[in-house]
Design a binder for this molecule. Structure first.
Ligand SMILES: O=C(O)CCCC[C@@H]1SC[C@@H]2NC(=O)N[C@@H]21
Length: 247
């Protein structure tokens, strides 16, 4: 696959976090760039959690500077999820074991194989950093993740597919560029439709936690802002940000 024109590619042997490196590099960048860390010493996940990624796993951040309002910027997590899903399908030749979990995870055989972390800067650089972590060759033990979280698995253990972080990036970056072009041209509509076609547990009852509130209901769709829509005993509820538990 061809590397997208005008997009930087930086590979670092060791880095604290590619998110931190993205913030350091942003002022010097003239266009979008991928930063791949072959090892991270202080990787971070969503909601202040640590992200442990041993050698052989994939840890990268795409830094870009979209001229978008914040709510539109945030929709790029769905663009990234679609690009990640496509990359897994390309690498394994199989679509059926992969699914997307709202808001930002990719599942393999119902367990977590990848996560996405979005950070935007209010500083003068105005950059958006899209961090992607993939358990290519190893996954944390079930006792290393918080209670109720999905079991982590690796691509290698579940499918036998062995791919290096550099190879993974060289498929992911063009895939992201294609989905991003679709988002830029047609807006969120086709992204939303494609995301729902790959969504885990669509139509089923799930539990969502948003802040201190929990909602149980049938997951019927994403709305046009990327919020999770549940039909609960009290009616339709839109959850703009939170976590979902499948139980
Ligand atoms: O909590 C999650 O599921 C999101 C995990 C995101 C981890 C990636 S690894 C590359 C980038 N650098 C980081 O420190 N975090 C993200």
């Amino acid at each position: 696959m061809t590397w997208p024109t005008g997009v930087g590619r930086h590979v670092l042997d060791v880095v604290d976090s590619t998110m931190t490196e993205a913030a350091r590099m942003a002022p010097t960048l003239s266009g979008p760039a991928w930063i791949l860390g072959l090892r991270q010493t202080a990787g971070r996940g969503r909601r202040g959690r640590a992200w442990v990624d041993p050698a052989g796993n994939f840890a990268a951040t795409l830094v870009m500077r979209p001229a978008d309002p914040p709510e539109r910027m945030a929709l790029r997590s769905f663009v990234a999820a679609l690009a990640l899903h496509e990359t897994f399908v390309t690498v394994t030749g199989r679509a059926e074991p992969f699914a997307l979990k709202w808001p930002n995870d990719v599942l393999l055989n119902g367990a977590k194989v990848a996560g996405i972390l979005l950070e935007s800067s209010s500083a003068s650089t105005g950059h958006l950093a899209i961090g992607i972590g993939v358990n290519l060759v190893s996954a944390p033990g079930g006792n290393e993740v918080e209670a109720g979280a999905l079991r982590p698995v690796s691509l290698l253990s579940e499918t036998g597919a062995r791919v290096t972080p550099e190879e993974f990036l060289d498929i992911l970056a063009p895939a992201f560029a294609r989905w991003e072009a679709q988002f830029a041209t047609y807006g969120f509509g086709p992204i939303r439709t494609a995301w729902m076609a790959r969504a885990a547990r669509l139509g089923e009852t799930v539990m969502a936690r948003a802040g201190t509130q929990s909602h149980e209901g049938r997951f019927i769709e994403l709305d046009d802002q990327g919020a999770l829509i549940l039909v609960t005993a009290r009616g339709r509820v839109a959850i703009p940000a939170g976590e979902v538990f499948f139980g």
